[in-house]
Design a protein around this ligand. Structure first.
Ligand code: ZN
Length: 276
């Protein structure tokens, strides 16, 4: 069993998980509950001084684990591809400003073109923003998304594809984010997690659960233990590679956003301790 199973030292929560809370409230509540890490979604920074937000997080004793999210590189329009590059450069600058060592990439897909073409545009996009990432000391994690999102959210749908792409790009600044929601079904998951870890490319680990039935394919994620994903097993594989980072709770859920967030935070912590 992972040694930290009974404590919160590796627990990180994504701000979007408790979306009804403003950033400052989330920081205060997480810290008080003993959560140690926070992944900041860019919408939580809107209208805020980013440096100051970083200071607020650190002075509460939380570590900024990553900034979510960059990506969305592919488009049939060259102009839109350039806009995506610009936005990713901005995301890298924001990550540096808030003190996040990593930007997670939801790579994107263009339904009007073949997936292969979208993938080559993703690779091109990453290559174009890589110098800025290196300059800022901010790493980039390719997050493979479940194939149900292959039309317009990500043309990278398996950990193997993400590993292939990260290896082709061949930079210590480009790796992979493993999210159990997207990858749990993959018969090659264990093997590809080891491959990712051995290459030093396992940059992030996201947890939640897959509910049956799932009533909304985007906004009905479950708490760990509530669905069919063997989260402790996947965590074990991840940690076997030497991964020593946070377990990041990332839940988009209309159901949970609709309840009192104090109660939800308590449920997250219980689910983390028992089922992660
Ligand atoms: Zn994720």
């Amino acid at each position: 069993m992972p040694s930290e199973i009974n404590n919160l030292s590796k627990l990180c929560i994504h701000t979007i998980t408790t979306k009804p809370w403003q950033l400052e409230v989330a920081v205060e509540k997480y810290a008080k509950a003993g959560v140690k890490g926070i992944t900041v979604w860019r919408d939580a920074l809107e209208g805020r001084d980013i440096y100051k937000s970083g200071r607020i997080i650190r002075s509460a004793g939380l570590e900024v684990v990553s900034l979510c999210r960059g990506g969305f590189f592919p488009s049939a329009s060259a102009e839109k591809r350039q806009l995506a590059i610009d936005d990713n450069l901005k995301a890298i600058d924001e990550a540096a400003a808030i003190g996040a060592p990593l930007v997670v990439l939801v790579c994107g897909a263009e339904p009007a073109q073949p997936l292969e073409k979208s993938r080559s545009q993703i690779k091109e996009g990453i290559a174009k923003v890589l110098p800025q990432a290196q300059k800022c000391g901010v790493k980039l994690a390719i997050e493979p998304l479940h194939p149900m999102y292959a039309d317009d959210r990500s043309a990278v749908n398996t950990i193997k594809q993400a590993n292939d792409m990260a290896e082709e790009i061949n930079s210590e600044y480009v790796g992979v984010a493993v999210d159990v929601y997207h990858l749990w079904w993959d018969p090659d998951l264990e093997k590809e997690i080891y491959r990712c870890g051995e290459n030093g490319k396992l940059f992030a680990f996201h947890v939640c659960d897959w509910k049956t039935p799932t009533t909304d394919l985007l906004l009905d994620r479950g708490l760990m233990g509530e669905g069919c994903i063997n989260v402790p097993q996947i965590r074990e594989w991840v940690e076997k590679t030497g991964f020593n980072g946070f377990n990041e709770v990332e839940i988009f859920s209309n159901k949970y956003w609709g309840m009192g967030q104090d109660e939800f935070l308590n449920k997250i912590i219980q689910a983390y301790l028992k089922h992660t």
